[in-house]
Ligand binder design. Sequence first.
Ligand code: AMP
Length: 398
Amino acid sequence: MWQFAERTIRDVFHQFNYKEIRTPIFESTSLFARSIGELTDIVGKEMYTFQDRSGDSITLRPEGTASAIRAYIQNNLGESLPLSKVYYIGPMFRQERPQAGRLRQFHQFGAEAIGSPTAETDVEIIAMTIEIYKRLGITSYSLQINSVGDEECRPKYKEILRDELRKIADQLSTESQKRIDQNPMRVLDSKDENDQKLTASMPLITDHLNEECSKHFERVKALLTAYGIPYTVNGRLVRGLDYYTKTAFEITSTELGSQDALAGGGRYDLLVKELGGKQTPSVGFAAGMERLMMILEKKGITPPKQNPKIFIAAADESSREWVLKTTMALRTNGIASECDLLSRSLKSQMKEADRQQAEFSLVVGTMELESGKALLKNLTDHTQQEISVNDIVGFFNK
Ligand code: AMP
């Protein structure tokens, strides 16, 4: 199932022209602190951080973007191409309380388009994420989008929001009280019901965007509509990572329990510069593999079978060598095939062909080798036909 899902994901990435980037499992701790943000849950509470033998602080990667951008800068990827489109699939680590859909070692697939400021790029990333779920037969998802502003309008909005929050601070949950100063937008995203009621009519960032962010957001929405991608605007959507600017999005599914987020992403125009590169507007997303698996399982979606095309059975001892040689020839010509390696009787070999759910079976003994003809049985519809034993590879290649 994992291979099937991964293959489909890679196919979609390939069709959208994203190339795989493989980065190390661990990086210097400062990389994550600088990119994800010191005040986020990930950096503050969830990272697996160790000292190595030389006393350097290293961290098992909690997400993929920081490493991808580090590699982009270090390898000067921006020099050869104005826009680098990369993807990754691999394990990530966060020290969270394990529960259904939340693990401490989990897997993410994700992509980054590094070097484009356009709304078209945001929508390509969103459309690609959705295409992956569609391709895997998942329909029960919804897309929420927001704009989190930029370095000009966000600080102004945060001040307005802070002032409003301070007025009701003593009624908010302790967690939200702590966030008023550090990250007031997270208060609007609180899971606490009382917090939600208290902040129900608070000003939203979408009403405080500057002209550039507002234009960008309008263009994203228009393009989503033009592409036929349904969405809802959620002015309270903020992501758990500090580096986002302008577009933020999340894909959730009702098929999942309380951990209902399938994927999330957004634009991060300041991150490359923040990590020591040139100003490079970028956008990306990351999605959880385990949560995807949970839905596929729940919906009874199964991968296409990967059974042998043909099982060749030896009718007698003297034809075993021929059977093995022919099975090998089929395999080297790209045709999945199997034969008996346990010196079993013809009857057991036929049972094995059934158990392996081979599409065809062929019994070959001295008689067939002498006449050059054998009966090929279709094990699904039980029809049979005579074929030439000397050209089985040719027969299947046709
Ligand atoms: P994030 O990097 O937090 O935006 O997460 C992106 C996606 O990764 C989420 O929507 C989940 O599907 C998945 N994810 C994040 N954290 C975990 C975890 N601890 N266990 C399993 N999946 C996770």
